[in-house]
Design a protein around this ligand. Sequence first.
Ligand SMILES: Cc1cc2nc3c(=O)[nH]c(=O)nc-3n(C[C@H](O)[C@H](O)[C@H](O)COP(=O)(O)OP(=O)(O)OC[C@H]3O[C@@H](n4cnc5c(N)ncnc54)[C@H](O)[C@@H]3O)c2cc1C
Length: 439
Amino acid sequence: MGSRAPSTTKTASASLELTPDVLVCGGGLAGAMAAVAAARQGAQVLLVERYGFLGGNATGGAVAQFNSWQTSSGRPVIAGLAREVVERLRAYGAAGEHQVFVMSTGHTMDRIEYAPEVLKLVLDDLILEAGVQPLLHANVLDVEVTDGRLHTVRVLTKSGVLSLRPRVLVDTTGDIDVLHRAGARFLDLEEGDQLQPATMMFRFGPIDYARFDALGPADLKTLARRGYEDGELARAALHAARDPYSSDAWFNISRLGIDATDVTALSRAEIEGRRQAWRAAGYLRRAVPGCEAGRLQAFATQVGIRETRRVHGDHVLTAEELSQPTVFDDGIAAGAYPIDIHPASGGELIYTPLGPDHAYQIPYRSLLPRDLRNTLVAGRGISATHAALAAIRVMTISMAVGQAAGVAAALACAADGEVRAVEAGPLRRLLLDQGAVLA
Ligand SMILES: Cc1cc2nc3c(=O)[nH]c(=O)nc-3n(C[C@H](O)[C@H](O)[C@H](O)COP(=O)(O)OP(=O)(O)OC[C@H]3O[C@@H](n4cnc5c(N)ncnc54)[C@H](O)[C@@H]3O)c2cc1C
């Protein structure tokens, strides 16, 4: 590890070749945090993203609220880089205060709302300041693997096909596309389980918040149920995250039961998602106090994807381990978000709250795909059961796990990229020094 920019060479076929220490594929929140953490640790980092901006679900999917910073009694479980992201958003005037609120289901939740467009700027600032080399508009094409080592990722760009030859790869594509192409093993859904649905977020406003906020959880529940039963809402919810810049809000009330790795289904979902959002906006105007003057202002850039592939790692994190909770010697992140399963169809949620002051850990081994020696996974594709993922998928935890993956990737460079040579003790100490919470 030395100078910042990964070295480049022209191959005989004149295609560009880059040789970073760490290649992070997928610039969602997990990937952006992994890239920043690895670069701050001294690694040369290349960050590949298929869109022209970073953030994934958090920006392109317009999720607009970071949930679950603390246990029910207020003990912090997330800090580190995730906290820095919020501080930087606040410096732009683009994040609200931390708040605890009661959902229409009657459960209590904590969150920080933010402006998705400004998060793009914050992530740009973070990666550039850390010295990460961004490669935007680059789609993962194929890979070469020999003896369990990933040698090359080829990406398709406007400049043609580029060959990337890292020492360590971190797959943060959400759908874990790189490792899928590498022939990695993935976890199957269990009998009766279905992938969580996608959602087309939409921005609606202006909203008269004096009247909208006067609606109690019981009123919201009644209105949501009526909208669902009348066929106007695809799920019985009126869940909204307020835009800090205006009197608009991003609504999370559509439901698209698909496998988002199937491009035909994904294409249909984008179209159906916009139709559901349009119908829902009409219902808001007609039926919901405070929304009468509102209009649909924007769709998210793409449908938000909650769940697709989960890699089979050295450890498969289970819901029981979250609810006990299990203490792991190699715990590299903590969380307190409950098990929150959106069924693929029907109006409701399956929501399993945790006990008072309850937090759980995520072990490093859940980031290590079986049979591969120089690769890590972070974000919504780590090695966890469907039910455990329903808790750890949120953005706060994705950022914490991304940070851990980045530090681990940088440490693995000293061992020729072997991710199992990274010892949990030093990794945990570095993360604690960086302000992360691990339990
Ligand atoms: C509708 C919805 C509502 C949610 N609500 C909340 C909430 O209220 N609070 C909360 O905290 N969390 C919420 N979540 C969960 C959270 O948003 C995600 O789980 C989290 O953002 C996952 O981050 P990630 O970085 O792992 O993946 P993603 O955000 O999916 O990022 C993956 C990145 O990889 C890129 N990529 C993918 N494939 C390729 C490829 N082949 N080549 C190059 N680049 C590629 C993508 O463009 C993207 O930038 C919600 C999720 C959804 C979908």
